[in-house]
Design a protein around this ligand. Structure first.
Ligand SMILES: [Zn+2]
Length: 137
């Protein structure tokens, strides 16, 4: 990744195709992040598509119920972004809470209020985040 041209306004997202290529289960990761109530409400095995309303544009699109739940409900729960979890995990969860809407380091900072936009940008370009499928838009 060409780090030099990245800025805190560069947008990143979770590349789900990357997870598939690696044979990793994104839905499992997503499911683990949900609160207990939502875990009981949704099935990990059965994909259920729901109408997801974009919070800003109001546009409706079909979305995996787990991701919709993470963005519309669990993402607002205090334990979803536990201050004790590693920064990379908090960043990853910021993407879940956005419904995997592309986010810049500045936008992530506004959500998680940890480190600084520059620190987050550095993490976003790290090998560890690349391993989690975090990709430049
Ligand atoms: Zn929940």
């Amino acid at each position: 990744m060409a780090v030099a041209r990245l800025t805190t306004k560069s947008k990143f997202y979770i590349d789900l195709a990357y997870w598939e290529q690696r044979g990793r289960n994104f839905r499992q990761e997503l499911y683990d992040a949900l609160c207990e109530t939502c875990k009981q409400r949704y099935s990990l095995e059965q994909v259920q598509l729901v109408d997801h309303v974009h919070p800003e544009t109001g546009q409706v699109q079909k979305m995996d119920a787990l991701l919709d739940c993470a963005s519309a409900e669990c993402g607002n729960a205090p334990e979803f972004l536990n201050p004790k979890m590693p920064l990379t995990r908090a960043i990853f969860r910021a993407f879940l809470a956005s419904g995997n809407e592309p986010l810049s380091a500045e936008e992530i900072y506004a959500r998680i209020k940890r480190g600084s936009p520059n620190v987050i940008l550095k993490e976003l370009s790290s090998q560890q985040m690349e391993d989690d499928g975090i990709t430049l838009l």
